[in-house]
Every structure is written in structure tokens, then in C-alpha cells.
Design a protein around this ligand. Structure first.
Ligand code: NAD
Ligand code: DAU
Length: 336
């Protein structure tokens, strides 16, 4: 398969690119990425010289650039990761989320339709379902109830993508994954932020009572699910992808502190996130039935691998936490 991957310099996209080349999922792989604060070519040094790989810096909202790239590369499929992905940033400034997540996805869909692309896999999130009351789990028919500007723009782009299947017969597949973790995750999200702060004996900011529940999915398991949906899923379908590992935030943070041998006193309660969803929980039976995919990495093993990686890659952490990261940290956490 010839693949066009968008957002392949980010956390999940770069894991997908590395795996796709290592495991021969692609004869050709073109990575279109704008290199926002979250995009980092250092995530791809292990594969950058692979002759099957090409990196193109560009914006998915740029219709001419996207059209030209599809013309040049004639991909069989598009795997669309590119997005603004952090909920707290969508609260501080939603405009970029509407632009990239909605208009960017629209631009790609239009280009894919014009060229008659064979598969369009839209990478989405379980956040579109909103908070799920215990003991229920959302399947793919669950109503959409987005709470943050981030999840609202993802829900909007999901519906737009699915409408291109219904209306234009573009072979769209949507995957909705739970919280990913693993190496190379930008340290604005819970797990890498807590690891990075704990390694430097800095306070660990816990929003509200810390009893919000998230389902944790190791990033490579997510990437394998995307590959399974791409190769064995049916056009027009939505597939949830979860790790079946629901934990309260405070428990996740305790495990990180234990693993690093740091004291619980580093945990600091701060003002809650506005509109904070209490609990995410999904079923993944549909993807398992359709493709035989299973999550393989349990949370204990995945967290150990992740902590080991951050401990070994302190220069990566230092470089992404310098400069603009400090402004963001101040804006989100100072006086909270
Ligand atoms: P990320 O923020 O780490 O990376 C996003 C990438 O997209 C970056 O490389 C960035 O440079 C690129 N990008 C942003 N705007 C762009 C634009 N206009 N044009 C081209 N490239 C652009 O994100 P992530 O955590 O890797 O998430 C990837 C996808 O997976 C997103 O669509 C996200 O909604 C979805 N998702 C993430 C999670 C999670 O836990 N992180 C869970 C479920 C779904
Ligand atoms: O569910 C999938 C989603 O998971 C993805 O679509 C998003 O891209 C991804 O960012 C993630 O969203 P969350 O908002 O769940 O992830 P985050 O890591 O920001 O927060 C996880 C939980 O931890 C949430 O309840 C908020 C809490 N939290 C987070 C941060 C950054 C804290 O208590 N303190 C913090 O400093």
C-alpha cells in the first residue's frame, strides 16, 4: 500500500510511521505535517533515511498543497492523524482547533474525493461520547456529547468524514481511541507531564479531586488497531479502540511516583479543568470481532516502558520543555 499519513511527526502519528515501516505495512509512506509545537522530526530519526519514506512540511488546510501531493504520490490510502489534540489548549484558545480539526479534515476529504482515494482512515477519539456514567461503556452507536472545544471539533470532523461516505461513497473509516500513552508523547498530557515533573521533583498538578477515570491504551496497540481497521475494516464504519484499563487519575499518578521512588507529597491539588469529563469508558468488541485485533500491552508493562524511555531520553524532554512550553505551562497552571 502507498500511504499518506498526516500528523506523522506527532506522538501517535510518529509511532504509526515507525511501526508501518518496520513491519512493512507500506511500500511508500509520505508524512504530511505542519510541525506545530507538537510535531517533532526527532521522533522519526530511526526511519528518516528509509527509501520508502518522504517527509513533507505542510498544512492540511492548504488545499493546493494537499492536491499537489496527492497528484505526485497517488496514495492508496490516507491515514489522518493531524490535529490539535490537547483539551487544555482548546480551552485557552479554540480557534486553531476549529481550523485544523474541522477545516483541515474538510480539505483532506475534498482532495481525497477529487482523486478517488481507496481508503480514508480518520483517527478520532472516545472523547466525542462525553462523560459515561458508571457502569456503562459506550459502543459506536452511543450519542455524541462533546464537552470541550477539542472534542466538539473532533465530533464535527467525524460527522463530516462519515457524510463523505454516505453522500459521495468515499471509503471512510473512523476509529475512536481512548487515552494513549507511551514514548515520545508531548509532556502536556497527564502521563508524560507527571513523569517529567516527578523526575525534576516539581509539583504534580492534580485537577479537582483526581477521581476522573480514563481508559489507558499503549500507543503501539492503537497503531496496530488502525492498521487492522485500515486493512480489514468496512467503509462507513466506526471502530472504538480501547485498552480496557480504566483507572482514576490519582491512581495513575501514584503508580508513576512509586516507580520513580518519589514521595506522594509531590501531588498538588489544583483548580479543576472547566467542563471536565468525569469518566470515559468504551467497548472495543466491534473491532475485535471484525479484525481479531487485541490490545497486547498491559498497563503495568506499558507504564514501565514509558517511564524507562523518559528516564533515558532526558535531552528530548529538556528540548521540548524549553521555549514556548514554558509560556504554555504558565498560562495553564500559574495561579490555578
Ligand atoms: P499530537 O498533538 O502529538 O500530534 C499532532 C500532529 O499533527 C503534530 O505532528 C502536528 O505538527 C500535526 N499538525 C497539527 N496541525 C496540523 C496541520 N494543520 N497540518 C498538518 N499537520 C498538523 O497528537 P496525537 O496525540 O499524536 O494525536 C493524533 C491523533 O489522534 C489526533 O487526531 C487526536 O485527536 C487522536 N487521538 C489522540 C489520543 C491521545 O490520547 N493522544 C487518543 C485518541 C485519539
Ligand atoms: O480520550 C482520548 C483523549 O485523551 C484524546 O482524544 C486527547 O487527544 C488526549 O489529550 C486525551 O484527553 P484527556 O483530556 O483525557 O487527556 P489529558 O492527558 O489531558 O488528561 C487526562 C486526565 O488527567 C484528565 O482527567 C485531566 C487530568 N489531568 C491532566 C493534566 C494535563 C490532571 O489532573 N492534571 C494535568 O496536569
Amino acid at each position: 500500500m502507498r500511504l499518506l499519513v498526516t500528523g506523522g511527526a506527532g506522538f501517535i502519528g510518529s509511532a504509526f510511521v515507525r511501526l508501518a515501516l518496520r513491519e512493512d505495512w507500506a511500500a511508500r509512506l509520505v508524512n504530511l505535517d505542519k510541525l506545530t509545537y507538537a510535531g517533532n522530526l526527532e521522533n522519526l530519526t530511526s526511519i528518516e533515511k528509509d527509501s520508502r519514506y518522504r517527509f513533507v512540511q505542510g498544512d492540511i488546510c492548504d488545499a493546493d498543497a494537499v492536491g499537489r501531493l496527492l497528484e505526485e504520490e497517488a496514495p492508496d490510502a490516507i491515514v489522518h492523524f493531524a490535529a490539535e489534540s490537547h483539551v487544555d489548549r482548546s480551552i485557552l484558545g479554540p480557534a486553531a482547533f476549529v481550523e485544523t480539526n474541522v477545516r483541515g479534515t474538510f480539505t483532506l476529504l475534498e482532495a481525497a474525493r477529487a482523486r478517488g482515494i481507496g481508503r480514508f482512515l480518520h483517527v478520532s477519539t472516545d472523547e466525542v461520547y462525553g462523560s459515561i456514567e458508571e457502569p456503562l461503556d459506550a459502543d459506536e452507536t452511543w450519542p455524541l456529547q462533546a464537552s470541550s472545544p477539542y472534542s466538539a471539533t473532533k465530533a464535527g470532523s467525524d460527522l463530516l468524514a462519515l457524510s463523505y461516505f454516505t453522500t459521495f461513497k468515499l471509503p471512510v473509516i473512523v476509529t475512536r481511541a481512548s487515552n494513549n500513552y507511551g514514548p515520545f508523547q508531548f509532556p502536556e498530557k497527564l502521563i508524560p507531564l507527571m513523569i517529567a515533573n516527578a523526575m525534576e521533583d516539581k509539583p504534580l498538578p492534580i485537577y479537582g479531586d483526581g477521581m476522573q477515570v480514563r481508559d489507558w491504551l499503549y500507543v503501539d496497540d492503537h497503531c496496530r488497531a488502525i492498521q487492522s481497521a485500515l486493512s480489514k475494516g468496512a467503509p462507513g464504519e466506526i471502530y472504538n479502540v480501547g485498552g480496557s484499563m480504566a483507572l482514576p487519575n490519582i491512581e495513575v499518578v501514584r503508580r508513576i511516583l512509586d516507580a520513580l521512588g518519589k514521595p506522594a507529597s509531590l501531588m498538588t491539588r489544583v483548580k479543576d479543568r472547566p467542563g471536565h469529563d468525569r469518566r470515559y469508558a468504551i467497548t472495543t468488541a466491534k473491532l475485535e470481532r471484525a479484525t481479531n485485533w487485541r490490545a497486547l500491552v498491559d498497563f503495568g508493562e506499558g507504564l514501565r516502558r514509558t517511564i524507562d524511555w523518559y528516564a533515558a531520553e532526558r535531552s528530548w524532554v529538556k528540548s521540548v520543555r524549553s521555549g514556548d512550553y514554558q509560556n504554555y505551562y504558565q498560562r495553564n497552571y500559574a495561579g490555578r
